[in-house]
Each structure stands twice: as structure tokens, then as C-alpha cells.
Ligand binder design. Structure first.
Ligand code: ATP
Length: 307
């Protein structure tokens, strides 16, 4: 299962990066580097989990580029039931933070703790069952929709799959497909829209019922109908979990308990929306820029993209 999990996340990164198309050769080297750096077995399991995620002065560089520090002493704490949003310019290190929480890499300095225990000493196989990443471009593997929803949870029943799918707003469209949950997707399977794939990925999250939800918000707009259904499903999935989100929407950051503003691998501001606006700093500039571009596109402010 873990192999599938790692494969899935790797494919998600690979696909997302390839689609960007710019600086392709550099990206290819980066992709080759996106593999688990560390052993996948052994380590502690914690008997009871709350879901406190803490970064303490985390420094990090990718193994292939030891001279390029990506994170330069990042600290924050995400409490259970809280949403922490990461914002900042492209390349500031937001996705790297998510990869570190997934434990695909270890910090080069500082530590990341789960309920006070260093992630480095926890059993990765056990830990990864506590987290789910809903990425921008969820990859479906070749198989039925039902298999895709239950991909990391072998004992899920059909009733579990349907319940998760309803929560994720995917049940209706799946039922309308000729073969319903038995429809083949992925390689050479039925093609689904971006919003439909995202809702299947969210259904996976409901099946696993993770303590920690990692979310990489889409930068590109979905059609209005899909947008609404995806957002509603995400809002449901967030309830009662520790949520860490690479945020691109003003509506998300407005709701976040804490916003961590990154710039070139450093935390430059931290607080909630109102506190950060009052600081009249980097965050305020990002928001003003977003509002200006939303006005230009005459799209709604709530759905505007912030980055
Ligand atoms: P974006 O908003 O564009 O997704 P980001 O803030 O999420 O950006 P990261 O993806 O964390 O930024 O990237 C931070 C820096 O790390 C960038 O300079 C990027 O080129 C570099 N980087 C990312 N992945 C790798 C990798 N696997 N190997 C080497 N460098 C990498």
C-alpha cells in the first residue's frame, strides 16, 4: 500500500511539474530527486494522537542542490482542528514544507514534531496513514472509480466508498456514468474533468479519515459549478482535522486560523487575515494585488487567486 501511496504522490508531483513546461530540463532533475530520501520502515508509533504539527527552526536543502538553501529556519505550530495557510511568491518553499510533513525528506537542521515527537523517529508507514494530501492535479491510477477511492484502505466496503463519495460531492456524477463506480479510469480509462478528479481525491481523504489534511489549492480556475462542489467538499473534509494548505484563494486565507507568509524560504509574517492586514506588509501587498487582478477580470473577490 505504501508503495502505491508513494507512487501516487510522486506521480502527482511529476505530472504537475511537467505540465508547467517552463525550464523543463531543470525540472526533470528536480523530479528525479523527488523520491523518499529516508528509510520507510521502523520507528515509533504514538498510541494516541492529537495532531499538533510543529516546525522548529527548520532548515532544508534538496539533496541534489546542497548549496541552495530552500528553507532558512521556518517555525510555526498547527493545532488540531486548525487551518494553517501558506502563502508567498512562487519558489518561496510552500510545497517543500508539505513534502517535509509527508516525510519525503528530513530537515537538514531543526525539527518537525507531531504531538511533540520528532517525525524523524516515527514509523513512516504508520504516520503516512494519518495524513492525506489533496493535490492540484490528482492522479487516478488505472482501475475502477471504486478502487481509486479506496486505494489506500483495503478493508473499505462499497458502503464506505459511497458514503465517502457523497461527502466529497462525487456520488452524483459517478452514478450518471454508464458503469457507475465500476467505470475504468486512469490510463486509457474514462476521462474525467479536473474538478471530478479532485472530488475523487477528496473522497479518498474521507475514506482514510486522516488526522492531518494537506491541501495544495489549485491555481487554475475550474468551471463555476465544479469550483463550488470542490470547495464545499474541501470545507467538509477540513472539519475536525489539522489542515495545512498551500493557499491560492483569498477566501481560504480569510478563513485560516493562521497564515504563514513565506519569502525565499523565510517566514516573513505570521497571523490571521486581520492581523496581517494591520501589519501593512507583504501580506497586504499580496491581497491588494489579488484584488486588483480580480477587478480586472471582474471575477468574484472570494474566488480570487493569491500568489
Ligand atoms: P510554487 O508556488 O511555484 O509551487 P513554492 O513556494 O511551492 O512554489 P517550492 O516548490 O517549495 O516553492 O520550491 C522552492 C524551491 O525549491 C524552488 O526554487 C524550486 O526550484 C526548488 N525545488 C523544488 N523541488 C525541488 C527538488 N526536488 N530538487 C531541487 N530543488 C527543488
Amino acid at each position: 500500500t505504501l508503495t502505491i501511496a508513494v507512487y501516487f504522490v510522486l506521480m502527482t508531483s511529476v505530472f504537475g511539474d511537467l505540465m508547467q513546461g517552463v525550464g523543463a530540463s531543470i525540472k526533470v532533475f528536480e523530479l528525479l530527486d523527488r523520491r523518499p530520501e529516508i528509510s520507510n520502515t521502523g520507528g515509533k508509533q504514538l498510541p494516541e494522537l492529537q495532531g499538533v504539527v510543529e516546525f522548529k527552526h527548520v532548515q532544508f536543502h534538496y539533496p541534489s542542490r546542497p548549496d541552495t538553501k530552500i528553507l532558512k529556519g521556518v517555525s510555526f505550530t498547527a493545532q488540531p482542528g486548525e487551518m494553517v495557510a501558506f502563502v508567498g511568491p512562487s519558489g518561496s518553499g510552500k510545497s517543500t514544507i508539505i513534502s517535509l510533513i509527508e516525510r519525503f525528506y528530513l530537515p537538514t537542521r531543526g525539527k518537525i514534531c507531531l504531538d511533540g515527537s520528532n517525525l524523524r523517529h516515527l514509523d513512516p508507514q504508520w504516520f503516512r496513514k494519518k495524513i492525506v494530501l489533496v493535490g492540484q492535479e490528482p492522479t487516478l491510477f488505472a482501475g475502477t472509480i471504486a478502487e481509486n477511492i479506496a486505494w489506500a484502505c483495503e478493508d473499505a466496503t462499497m458502503a464506505d466508498i459511497i458514503a465517502a463519495s457523497k461527502q466529497a460531492n462525487s456520488h452524483e456524477f459517478i452514478e450518471r456514468l454508464e458503469n457507475g463506480y465500476e467505470t475504468m479510469v486512469g490510463e486509457r480509462g474514462a476521462s474525467l474533468s479536473g474538478g471530478q478528479k479532485q472530488r475523487i481525491a477528496i473522497a479518498r481523504a474521507f475514506i482514510l479519515n486522516p488526522l492531518i489534511l494537506l491541501l495544495d489549492e489549485a491555481t487554475s480556475a475550474l468551471d463555476a459549478e465544479s469550483e463550488h462542489l470542490v470547495q464545499e467538499a474541501i470545507d467538509r473534509a477540513m472539519k475536525g482535522r489539522t489542515v495545512l494548505v498551500v493557499a491560492h484563494r483569498l477566501s481560504t486565507v480569510r478563513n485560516a486560523h493562521q497564515i504563514v507568509v513565506l519569502d525565499q524560504g523565510r517566514v516573513v509574517e505570521k497571523g490571521n487575515h486581520d492581523e496581517l492586514l494591520a501589519m501593512e506588509g507583504v501580506y497586504k501587498k499580496l491581497v491588494i494585488r489579488q484584488l486588483a487582478s480580480a477587478e480586472q477580470n471582474s471575477s468574484s473577490i472570494g474566488n480570487g487567486v493569491i500568489n
